[in-house]
Ligand binder design. Sequence first.
Ligand SMILES: *Cc1c(COP(=O)(O)O)cnc(C)c1O
Length: 389
Amino acid sequence: MSRVFDQDLERRFGTRAVHAGQTLDPLAGAVMSPIYQTSTYVQEALGRHKGYEYARTQNPTREALERCVAALEGGRYGFAFGSGLAALDAILKLCSAGDHVVCGENVYGGTHRAMTQIWTRMGLTFTFVDTGEADEIRRALTPKTRMVYVETPTNPMMRLTDLAAAGEIARKAGALFAVDNTFASPLFQQPLTFGADLVLHSTTKFLNGHSDMIGGILVTGRDDLAERIGFLQNSSGAVPGPMDCWLALRGIKTFPLRMRQHDANGRRIAEWLTAHPKVKKVYYPGLPSHPQHELARRQMSGFGSMLSLELGDVARARQFAQSTRIFALAESLGGVESLIGHPASMTHASVPAALRQKMGLTDSLVRLSVGIEDADDLIADLDQALAAA
Ligand SMILES: *Cc1c(COP(=O)(O)O)cnc(C)c1O
């Protein structure tokens, strides 16, 4: 667990991305945070040390990352984990057997799987609703509701949740409000400013942005939660190694620049796809045709580069997903390189078919993670793949 440096919160976003949380290397003055690849630290005498005893509990490279992301989210405390799902694990350990969680029905497939196949066995209960409808959240509350957990925009339907409304409902119910902000990223959306108690990221995605590590992070502004999550992080021990923390720190230095290019490419490609005769529907919050476009403009300052398209025909969708040359057929998202995926058989295969159908996640839906390549090349690639489909 690490607490942000107050002076970092006085600086603007681009400066935070490069500098926040990082201290001058006392040995050589290295400009980059050193990778403290060690499991333990020498103590000067019994009970006397530099604040570092054992690397599951404290590691300077990890602390730099935790402070940096906490500053980007405008929070006060950061906690890094070995993956996004390890961070989710820590969030759910804030609950006890018998507690109830209201969760978005279209959350990340692995989140849904952990909740329904692990945590229900441990005595938690879940109600999955379309958190895009505030009334559905309200109706799902029970006297045992301990947490409201949402993702916005969702993957891959790009459905939004009104963060201010959901936060208000959670607060009135005495429940924690947790937001997975992986898709929007802290450049475009800061859930803590809308009343979230906790923000989760898979740093694997946009924050690191280079598809070369797996990691997760939690941020909170609350002292009481920080103490409990710090305890969980150390006691459960799902911490990331220093090399991966360093890679994430390096990725974050260019995060705002990359994100602006992702956003520009995402908008252009969403518009281009909308006009294509073979494309039935495009799901992208930046399009005026998106049913929650007004909400997107209200709570997001950019729309990113995740989008899905409906081709209306399963064979065509599968053919399209396998015909691109620049877009690589792969799971994951948020890297500099463009990826294409077929959610029903890839990322969302673990979501029950009935739930997929309810959300509109058809077998003919294709998801794109638009990278930062030249948009003209990306459009030419999609054009030839659609022609082949
Ligand atoms: C990838 C992802 C996760 C899980 O993160 P891992 O780092 O793969 O464990 C959680 N939420 C969202 C929205 C994701 O995209």
